[in-house]
Design a binder for this molecule. Structure first.
Ligand code: GUN
Ligand code: FE
Length: 422
């Protein structure tokens, strides 16, 4: 099957580079990109063309880190730093998902908004509850978005309402959930999700490592987000030299199984070196890091040193599901880092933020997030005529404006792996 889209095509073929083709053609065959052409190649003459006029057609966005059960908290409870925020607001909120009726209602609001967002891919935390997590997976699958969803593991330092009984109980529930969901959905797959080191005993980490080896699942967790958290991990794991070792000592830190670590705001040199060696993906979540006063992640350093880095909304530490907004936030906090922390770390450019939010994170899913030949055909069509201007803007300036204004009402269409879902 051939798909041909016509419009103002904007892509980032490499970090820091932007290519634009006004009135260009984006062609895909059987769900994979063939290329971008200024004029329609002869072999496609007569084929149907989806003409989006002057709309921007851009490579699509991946949210590498968010918590679906926290969606009802959106924009509230922003007055506490991480550990107090978890205990005061987040754990009581997540405990509600024991109730599957509540889960159905809350997750239907979340999945509807995800569908309307510019994102085509996402890595998502559920809660520790297997039934609620399966409801989330089922609802997401219907949207057509491609997602990895995790049943959360936590067997210590939760609350009486939100903690698993033992390492064994957590591992057993995880195996049951993997068996239930591994092949059940077309678009949604399970991802191993130990919440973070303070929530998971050594015994649980050992079992998760065995489960990962058996089922070859990717993994997502949190790393070096907040100073209090890092000090606590040092107390909990006195034999480790840095936080990342609390995962790597159980072989849960990249390598054979693709791994995302959210935040990495305060990672040490050793931790960064190990992430690079193990190919760990960093989910940079600037809005959450600001809301929870965690700090500023040195994204410039990660990019310059060649680590894998994508963007995350970290709902509900962050308040916007749009990765367009995460791009603007990433640029803004990088400017503060440069001004206030380290004047040798140049602010991120629009081109770099666009790459991070698209192929940077999309590559966790394979050949995703680019319009290069052979990539999966994910694309978003953005109509900026809803934001009137008397000026004639270049395609690059139009993209910058859409990033900074990040208004989801401008989405005309969304394609995921060759399928139009919006
Ligand atoms: N660390 C452990 N759990 C969480 C969470 O839910 N959100 C954030 N931002 N950090 C965490
Ligand atoms: Fe998080």
């Amino acid at each position: 099957m051939t798909t041909i889209l016509k419009g103002c095509i904007v892509s980032a073929p490499a970090l820091g580079r932007l290519e634009t083709s006004e009135h260009g053609y984006l062609i895909a065959e059987n769900g994979h990109i063939t290329g971008i052409y200024p004029v329609l190649p002869e072999q496609y003459a007569g084929a149907p063309v989806e003409d989006y006029g002057n709309d921007l057609i851009v490579q699509s966005f991946a949210d590498l880190h968010l918590h679906a059960p926290q969606y009802p908290m959106l924009g509230t409870g922003m007055d506490l730093p991480l550990l107090d925020w978890l205990n005061t607001y987040t754990f009581p909120q997540e405990a509600r998902y024991e109730d599957t009726e509540f889960a159905k209602e809350a997750y239907s609001i979340f999945t509807e908004d995800m569908k309307k967002s510019p994102n085509t891919r996402a890595c998502i935390f559920g809660t520790l509850h297997v039934p609620a997590t399966e409801i989330l997976m089922e609802q997401l699958d219907k949207t057509g978005i491609k997602a990895m969803v995790g049943k959360v593991n936590m067997d210590r330092n939760g609350s009486p309402q939100l903690q698993e009984e033992s390492a064994q109980a957590s591992a057993d529930a995880t195996v049951q959930w993997i068996k239930d969901t591994l092949d059940k959905f077309e678009n949604v797959k399970p991802i191993l999700t130990p919440r973070f080191t303070p929530s998971c005993s050594d015994a649980l980490m050992e079992k998760l490592s065995e489960i990962q080896k058996k089922y070859h699942l990717p993994m997502q967790s949190h790393l070096s987000e907040n100073f209090g958290e890092i000090a606590w991990v040092k107390e909990l794991c006195p034999n480790t030299h840095f936080y990342g070792e609390a995962y790597s000592q159980f072989d849960l830190f990249g390598g054979d199984c693709p791994t995302i670590m959210a935040h990495c705001v305060h990672s040490s040199d050793e931790e960064i070196a190990l992430m690079k060696k193990q190919g760990v993906y960093i989910a940079h979540c600037p809005q959450s890091n600001t809301n929870l006063a965690s700090g500023i992640s040195p994204a410039r350093r990660y990019l310059d040193e060649g680590l894998h880095i994508g963007l995350g909304s970290d709902i509900a530490g962050g308040t916007s599901v749009s990765i367009l907004r995460a791009m603007a936030d990433a640029i803004q906090v990088s400017k503060l880092y440069w001004r206030l922390v380290d004047s040798s770390m140049k602010p991120l450019t629009v081109e770099e933020a666009f790459y991070m939010g698209t192929e940077g994170g999309g590559s966790f899913f394979g050949k995703v997030g680019s319009f290069k030949e052979g990539y999966e055909f994910d694309a978003v069509v953005l109509n900026d005529s809803t934001i009137p201007t008397p000026l004639k803007l270049s395609p690059r300036d139009r993209l910058e404006r859409l990033i900074y204004l990040s208004d989801d009402r401008n989405i005309t269409a969304k394609y995921v792996a060759g399928r139009k879902i919006l």
